[in-house]
Ligand binder design. Structure first.
Ligand SMILES: [Zn+2]
Ligand SMILES: [Zn+2]
Length: 137
């Protein structure tokens, strides 16, 4: 049996891989940070990310990552907002605002469509050159 090892993305230490993507020490630290943020928000659900960071000592970036992973169900019981990763609009759940979610879905659709269209056009042009070549003999 081999042990799966990985480099902890936070501290760089090598650790035996578990379900967590951090080494045990960093995972514990992450949990503690999460607990602090969660507890503070329970008391003061109307805080901003900056205020939470100031009072808990947890960096804003870390708080944002909890929010973006939806670990803190902020939309349900806090008034926390943070910028959409795409356009910067204020959101309180997930990573993107409604508009960006919609736009991204639409652009995925149209990208798929334009690829299909290009495919057809290429086939048509190659058909044309084929017949032209034949005609020229
Ligand atoms: Zn670590
Ligand atoms: Zn957006």
């Amino acid at each position: 049996m081999s042990i799966n090892v990985a480099n902890c993305p936070r501290c760089g230490r090598i650790y035996a891989k578990t379900v967590k993507n951090l080494c045990p020490e960093c995972a514990q630290e992450e949990e503690a940070a999460y607990e602090k943020v969660y507890r503070y928000l329970r008391e003061k659900p109307k805080s901003t990310v900056q205020q939470v960071s100031e009072h808990t000592g947890v960096p804003e970036e870390r708080i944002l990552s909890f929010l973006r992973q939806d670990r803190i169900m902020s939309a349900e019981w806090t008034e926390l907002t943070y910028p959409c990763e795409r356009c910067g609009a204020e959101i309180n759940t997930g990573r993107f605002c409604d508009r960006c979610n919609k736009e991204m879905q639409e652009s995925l659709h149209s990208a798929a469509k334009s690829i299909r269209k290009q495919d057809n056009e290429e086939r048509r042009t190659s058909y044309h050159t084929d017949t032209q070549r034949k005609r020229r003999g």
